[in-house]
Design a protein. Sequence first.
Length: 277
Amino acid sequence: MTDDAPELRASDADRERVAEVLRDALAEGRLDMAEFEERLDATYSARTYGDLAPITRDLPVGGAGAAPRVSMTKEPERDGGWAGRITGGEGSSTWAVAVMSGFQRKGRWTVPRRFNCFAFWGGGEIDLRDADFAAGEVVINCVAIMGGMNVVVPPGVEVVVRGIGFMGGFDHSEEGVLGDPGAPRVIVTGFAFWGGVGVERKVTRAERQRLKEERRQEKLERRQERERERLERGSGRRELDASRSDGHDRHGLDGLHDLHGGRERELERERERRRDT
């Protein structure tokens, strides 16, 4: 963990690297379960590099004896296609354990060819929406004993569920959906006893925001169109009213002219009668 800028905000990937070191230390007997859970909670609640640094300071990393160092540079942007997300090589995390606790794998991480996870009186979330993949086909092996796990996949990924449940079960609702060309295939397998493994398909936060913005723009355009039509109808009514008003004025003037002419004719007849008498 870097000490150069402890006030900088830590990312999900930074927290995940520290959590992986803690899991290795638990497996090697360097931490007992209480210490592991305490440090893991501190890891996932950490906000800055300074918060993360003390958590693994007394633990070796890969035999080097130094705490994991956080990258201070941005990762390159993806090209937006599936080909850029199937990287080959190894995964950034290969297993997860939750014993009367929980775990998460989400954000920018690399899914290995086989990811093993175990939950006992606990739960876990494996979120693949922003993940890269070590191969075109990956296996998520879930063992849930009186606990539960949830696998979240992005649209376009093919899902196959092969898990076995005993007084528990695996969610098969996302099976049968064809994947995009070049998209990875995710196989969810394992065993659930008095527990369950769910599988759901969700868009990424960025995609959800984009769709929300598109809907907002469509509503704005419809509102503008309705306002334009209302103004056009109002203009047409005003023109019609003006035309009717002009017609009434002309009819009124004609009536006045007729009345005036009638009076003149009556006066002329009266004068002629007087002359005759």
